[in-house]
Design a protein around this ligand. Structure first.
Ligand code: AMP
Ligand code: ZN
Length: 134
């Protein structure tokens, strides 16, 4: 993926604020952070999104996030933490190389990673379930 910026960052061709690295992943500080310590887990191999990434690599990304999250809790003293992972432009993905956001949260940090709940009828929920199961 010659023109993918996260491929270049993950493989060290472009400098980044790296906070963890191993054979398969690089974790960098997001350069437009939601909060102090907002980081991105980047697989070194290119996969666009959740649909492309192999299960084993996905599991590795989550394990990496767990390690980094524990370190953030310890060093940054965050009060909470969100893991966020966007797939497709409709879901807010802007860089089409799989990445897992690690967003430390602090009391009254002024951020919000929430959605507006809707109110489907019980029948509508059953219809969705049946669509998924059939
Ligand atoms: P997403 O909207 O899930 O695709 O998130 C992309 C994230 O990558 C955003 O939070 C950006 O701030 C971040 N980002 C984009 N380019 C860079 C870069 N060169 N270095 C660090 N973070 C970046
Ligand atoms: Zn890439």
């Amino acid at each position: 993926m010659g023109d993918c910026i996260f491929c270049k960052i993950a493989n060290g061709e472009i400098p980044s604020n790296t906070i963890f690295e191993d054979e398969n992943f690089r974790v960098i500080l997001d350069n437009g952070p939601a909060t102090k310590g907002h980081a991105l887990v980047l697989p070194k191999k290119h996969y666009a999104d959740l649909f492309e990434i192999p299960e084993e690599t996905l599991a590795g990304a989550v394990k990496t996030a767990k390690k980094v999250a524990a370190n953030m809790k310890d060093k940054l003293g965050c009060d909470g933490l969100n893991l966020v992972q966007n797939n497709g432009a409709a879901a807010g993905q802007t860089v089409m190389h799989f990445h897992l956001h690690i967003i430390p949260r602090y009391e009254n940090d002024g951020q919000s990673i929430l959605w507006k709940p809707t109110s489907p009828t019980p029948e509508e929920l059953v219809a969705v379930k049946e669509t998924i199961l059939n």
